[in-house]
Structures are given as C-alpha cells and as structure tokens.
Design a protein around this ligand. Structure first.
Ligand SMILES: Cc1ncc(COP(=O)(O)O)c(C=O)c1O
Length: 395
C-alpha cells in the first residue's frame, strides 16, 4: 500500500517534470526563431534562461557542501560568537592583516547599506562614477543623503581612464564628498580601475576629509592578472579613510549564505563607528562556518576564474560576429554589458525578454540610462551555448 502510494507520487512527479521539460524545450525552440521574434514576443511570459544575477554558476567548493553535513545542533542552537571569530581569523590569515581591521556583514550589501548611515549626515553629499552598482545610490537615498555621479565616457568604452580620474578628483576637491564609491571590477561593466587610479583618488579623498569605499565584490573573478590586485594592499600599507568590501557571494558561489566583509583602515578599525551601528550578531553560524572553506580552496576558485574567462570569451566572440550588436570591452568577470549598435533603434533588453531570456536591464541607471544596455551573466556551458546562438542572431 505504502509502496503504491510512493509509486503514484513518482508518476505525478514524473508528469510534472516532463511538463516542465516540454515547456522549457518549446520555449527554447521558440527562442531560437530570432527572425520572427515579433510573432513570439508576447507569447513567452516565462523566462527559461536566467542570466541576470552575478553569482558564480559553477557554485562553491565541494568541501563547503561536505561541511554542511557536519554541522551540529550547537551551530543552530547557539548565538554565533566563536564562529564569527573563526571567520574573522580565516580572513585575517588569508590577507595577512589584523582581525581588528575586519568587519562582517550579512552580505556586503549590509555594509553598503550601513556606510551612508554611519558616515554621512543629512545634507552632505557623496560621489561615484557612472555606471555603478545601483545599490550605492539606493543606500544613500534610504539614509536620506545624496549620491552624485561623474560619468565615465561611453565613447571611451566606459573605461576608468586618466580623463575620468582627473574629472573625479576635481569633483572631490570641489564638493568634498563624505563617501566616494568605486566598484572594481565594476558592476555593471566588469572592468577594473587600476590600483594607481584607486591610490590617486584615495589621496584626494583623504585630503578632503572623506572615506573611499572600494567594492571588490567581483574581485575573485578578476582574470586580468596572475595575482589579482586588491585595495586591501593599501590598507596594509597603512592608508587611512579606506574601506574595501568583499563577499563570498560572487566568485566563491555562496550568495545564499549571505557572508560579506569589509577590510577597514586602522582609523576605522576595531569596528570603529561600524560597531555603534552593528546588530549584536552580524553573521550566522552556518555562513561563518562554511565561508572559510572557500578561502582554503583557491584551486577551485582558479578553476571558476579560468572557466568563466573561456565562456565570457565565447559570448564576446558571438557578439563580435553580429554586426548589429556591441559590447563593453574589458570585463574581467562573469558579467558582460551589451547593446544594439546606435542606429539599429532597438533595445537588447526587449529582444532578450521577448525570447524568454532574463538579463539585468541597465536602462534605469546613471551612465547607461535609456541606452538599451543589457548586463548578461556568464552561465554554464549549456547556457553559454544558448545565449551565444541568440546573440549571434539578434537583429
Ligand atoms: C558590486 C556589488 N557589490 C556588492 C554586492 C552585494 O553582494 P552581497 O550582498 O551578496 O555580498 C553586489 C551584488 O550584486 C554587487 O554587484
């Protein structure tokens, strides 16, 4: 009797799965009919290809999954205290920096949210270049403060040029922003600002009594150098008024655990003003226990970095083959910004959405406003094959 019920359940599950698979395939088949895209545009209302978020599709080190099976009742029952210390210790050993220079956050987003509240008073302004991660502006707005932008030039491929550096420094000297933000590798462009760019901007931030936040959320993906640089080196060289943000969400493939951290300069250390604002426990036991394994398994991270670079190149090549499309060169990460050439008169977001492909629409944001840019995530082999086929044929 029991077995029969299970057998019945299994059939139901099989039916459901085969329906899902059929729908997926039908949608996918439709999606390849690029030429007749208008005919299908309204009929596809579900996304079959999700390339809109920045997590690593490859996932975490296998040791992380093993560790979840070893977690005990204690990890669930107790408030996190020892685990938090263990996580800080692991980060401190990894970068060879004091534990006192590390602040934790439930995702680096939590620290992004906190920074305007801690460092900026109402009426004071902050600064970033555009395009930039939308959450910086969002966090300022929620804190009742203002974030202004210095544009990077689209005609210069949005690169962090010396021209942009000069413009940003001029604005810093003029406006004396409380916080200056740079995400590098940049979200949404995937490009890096050089360490020299960061150091020069930092010098002027300090002179004007501000704080520089360097958000390196995508830092682990950085395949541009054998030894990807980090602004944490500046903190180690005793720079002040500096916060470097990192996360286990992106390259390390642990977004669900919500583990982010900041490496803060000595003048902010011991938690400093962060402590006044932090909740009693700013991390959970499971995240704190598992995240250190990502730092230990750098060969997994290297594999993720290498595979991502190969797949991103396939996507770039597909766009290069299509005379109607263009992309922002220089991404060193798992995200790529693309759009139709000016003159085609179409929005790539609309085309991809109509085909059931979910991407991150950059039309609402400074720097890419209404320019039809779609930020596309580098997926797994199958997903990359699908998106390349589509990108080659968009017109
Ligand atoms: C540039 C950048 N910084 C920070 C974050 C926040 O990541 P998390 O809160 O998962 O650590 C993101 C996530 O999209 C991001 O793109």
């Amino acid at each position: 009797m029991k077995n029969n019920t299970h057998e019945g359940d299994r059939h139901i599950v099989d039916d459901v799965l085969s329906n899902i698979a059929n729908n997926y395939l039908q949608t996918k088949a439709k999606s390849y009919a690029i030429a007749s895209q208008e005919e299908i545009s309204d009929s596809v209302n579900e996304f079959w290809l999700h390339l809109n978020l920045g997590e690593s599709i490859i996932g975490p080190t296998p040791t992380a999954l093993d560790k979840t099976r070893e977690l005990s009742l204690i990890d669930i029952l107790n408030y996190p205290e020892e685990q938090l210390d263990g996580l800080k210790e692991a980060i401190s050993e990894f970068y060879n920096i004091s534990k006192d220079n590390i602040v934790l956050g439930t995702g680096s987003d939590c620290l992004i949210e906190t920074i305007p509240r801690v460092f900026v008073n109402p009426g004071e302004i902050s600064l970033a270049t555009a395009p930039e991660f939308f959450r910086f502006k969002d966090a300022h707005q929620r804190a009742g403060t203002e974030l202004l932008f210095v544009d990077r030039d689209e005609k210069d491929n949005y690169t962090f040029t010396t021209k942009v550096e000069t413009r940003l420094i001029d604005k810093i000297n003029k406006l004396k922003p409380k916080v200056t933000w740079i995400s590098t590798p940049n979200n949404p462009s995937g490009q890096i600002a050089s360490l020299e760019f960061i150091a020069n901007v930092h010098e002027h931030v300090v002179k004007n009594g501000g704080i520089l936040v360097v958000d390196e959320a995508y830092g682990e993906f950085n395949d541009s150098l054998n030894e990807p640089y980090t602004a944490i080196d500046l903190v180690k060289d005793k720079a002040n008024q500096l916060i470097v943000l990192r996360t286990f969400s992106k390259g390390y493939g642990m977004a669900g655990l919500r583990v982010g951290y900041g490496v803060v300069s000595d003048d902010i250390k011991d938690g400093g003003v962060f402590k006044e604002w932090a909740l009693p426990y700013d991390m959970n036991n499971v995240g704190a226990a598992i995240a250190p394994l990502a730092l230990e398994d750098q060969s997994h991270m290297q594999m993720v970095r290498d595979q991502t670079a190969v797949r991103r190149k396939l996507m770039e090549d597909a766009i290069e083959e299509n005379p109607h499309l263009n992309y922002v060169r220089g991404s060193v990460t798992n995200i790529l910004l693309a759009k139709y050439n000016d003159g085609v008169g179409k929005d790539l977001n609309d085309t991809l959405t109509s085909l059931g492909v979910k991407v991150s629409n950059q039309n609402p944001y400074e720097g890419t406003k209404d320019r039809g840019y779609a930020r596309i995530t580098v997926g797994n082999d199958e997903q990359v094959k699908d998106i390349c086929n589509i990108l080659r044929r968009c017109k």
